[in-house]
Design a protein around this ligand. Structure first.
Ligand SMILES: C[S@@+](CC[C@H](N)C(=O)[O-])C[C@H]1O[C@@H](n2cnc3c(N)ncnc32)[C@H](O)[C@@H]1O
Length: 213
């Protein structure tokens, strides 16, 4: 895969100030949400895919916080440098270079799919959601989190962020709901991150692939 902007950011990524105000709180929120859905139902092996896994921070948190479960963790990211770093961290799982729009996994494989702050960079968001739905088991859950342009302040800040990331679009909550409906996924809820006033809105959409296990 060719050099991309995320290869440049990889070494610097865990030192960025947004870790404290946006990325770490996002990981905490996703882990808490996962714990709700896993606690009740799961005794057998849990297959979880993190799409756009970056340096593997979320997978590392999941491994630690859900250590009493039998986890099979996989991360995928289009940046070779991100995956090089993730592979040092995610020692009990697997991380691979690949594209969110063309996932190299069998249909109906994963119980859970997470995608944090990566969705804005996909040029075809509907195709990505359809791919997510394909690889998640019927009844499985998806956690989609990203900065979301819901008001004027969000739009201004995200315009500045785009200067550092290249082409991106940060869908509003309404746009996410429309995409989710088109991809024939069920939206269970949308929850905002309670973050500092200067951070643009970040929303977690919890989705389910149908409603049967
Ligand atoms: C802002 S980082 C987020 C990393 C991590 N998920 C987090 O929450 O900190 C965005 C990540 O999405 C990845 N990415 C962008 N487009 C992608 C694509 N089409 N397929 C897979 N990964 C992609 C980038 O390489 C980068 O690692």
């Amino acid at each position: 895969m060719s050099q991309n902007i995320w290869d440049f950011w990889a070494d610097r990524y865990e030192k960025l100030w947004v870790q404290k105000y946006s990325l770490m709180p996002t990981r905490d929120l996703v882990v808490a949400e996962l714990q709700k859905y896993i606690a009740a139902d799961f005794e057998e092996e849990i297959n979880l895919l993190d799409v756009g896994c970056g340096t593997g921070q979320l997978l590392e948190d999941i491994k630690e916080e859900l250590r009493h479960h039998n986890l099979a963790l996989i991360g995928i990211d289009s940046s070779e440098q991100m995956i090089a770093l993730a592979s040092k961290k995610v020692t009990n799982g697997k991380v691979i270079v690949g594209d969110a729009l063309n996932l190299p996994f069998l249909d109906n494989h994963f119980d859970f799919l997470t995608c944090c702050h990566s969705f804005p960079y996909y040029q075809n968001k509907l195709k990505a959601l359809q791919e997510f739905k394909r690889v998640v088991k019927p009844g499985g859950y998806l956690f989609l989190v990203q900065a979301s342009e819901n008001n004027f302040y969000d739009k201004v800040v995200m315009k500045l962020v785009k200067l550092t990331t290249g082409k991106a679009s940060y869908p509003s909550n309404g746009q996410v709901r429309e995409l989710v409906q088109k991809a024939e996924l069920n939206l269970l809820n949308q929850k905002g991150l309670e973050n500092s006033f200067f951070v643009p809105s970040i929303f977690l959409s919890t989705l389910q692939n149908g409603d049967k296990k």
